[in-house]
Write a protein that binds this ligand. Structure first.
Ligand SMILES: Cc1cc2nc3c(=O)[nH]c(=O)nc-3n(C[C@H](O)[C@H](O)[C@H](O)COP(=O)(O)O)c2cc1C
Length: 187
């Protein structure tokens, strides 16, 4: 399955690659699913490559999230989120279930009717709620929970800088990387 052919209108599916895009695409990323919760308890999940640790003491990570993502709205509302690292062996099965935006309007070219559709991406995935209320995917390689400390504008994304509050491994093995997933998010 190719992200470019199946979802040609989703960001990350360039048609012609400029040299600078090729250079940007040479970077390696792990594939994560960010779990989030709104103030009313609604849950969401999104695929994210752009997640990394940025401080040991305190233990901080950053996630770069599209300004119009439902996930960003939820994190702004509750300050909490989970990062679930997908397993190299079968992480693609989870990725396929969460790849579409929760809101149909985010996909260019959708009819008005389809634009109103909200995908509940956690349906069909095995998860438990952490004590902070965010979903932990039980078939991930490992997970950690975060508490947002600052939101920094970064072009069409927002950098969420967050303290790591808990975490653990669920399975042995390695993390799924974007190159093996075959769907690109850079350029
Ligand atoms: C492989 C891959 C990696 C992605 N990485 C990111 C990312 O790091 N940050 C981001 O904001 N969106 C990323 N996306 C796009 C989001 O997953 C997508 O916009 C999602 O629909 C947002 O979901 P939400 O509106 O339900 O929160 C990525 C998509 C794919 C396919």
């Amino acid at each position: 399955m190719s992200f470019r052919t199946e979802f040609p209108n989703v960001p990350g599916a360039p048609k012609e690659l400029e040299p600078v895009q090729q250079a940007m695409l040479a970077m390696s990323y792990g594939v994560h699913v960010i779990g989030s919760r709104d103030a009313d308890g609604s849950l969401n999940a999104m695929i994210a490559d752009w997640v990394m640790q940025v401080s040991f003491e305190p233990r901080l990570v950053t996630a770069s999230i599209e300004n119009d993502a439902r996930t960003l709205r939820y994190i702004r509302a509750t300050n909490v989120f989970s990062v679930n690292m997908l397993h190299e062996k079968d992480g693609i099965d989870i990725a396929r279930k969460v790849v579409m935006p929760s809101e149909g309007r985010k996909v260019k070219g959708r009819s008005h009717e389809h634009a109103q559709v909200v995908h509940h991406k956690l349906e069909g995935l095995r998860y438990e709620l952490h004590e902070s209320g965010v979903p932990i995917l039980l078939d991930a390689l490992g997970w950690y929970t975060c508490e947002a400390e600052s939101f920094i504008p970064a072009g069409d994304h927002t950098l969420v800088i967050a303290k790591v509050t808990d975490g653990g491994m669920l399975r042995s093995g390695e993390m799924l990387i974007e190159r093996d997933l075959g769907w690109e998010y850079a350029g």
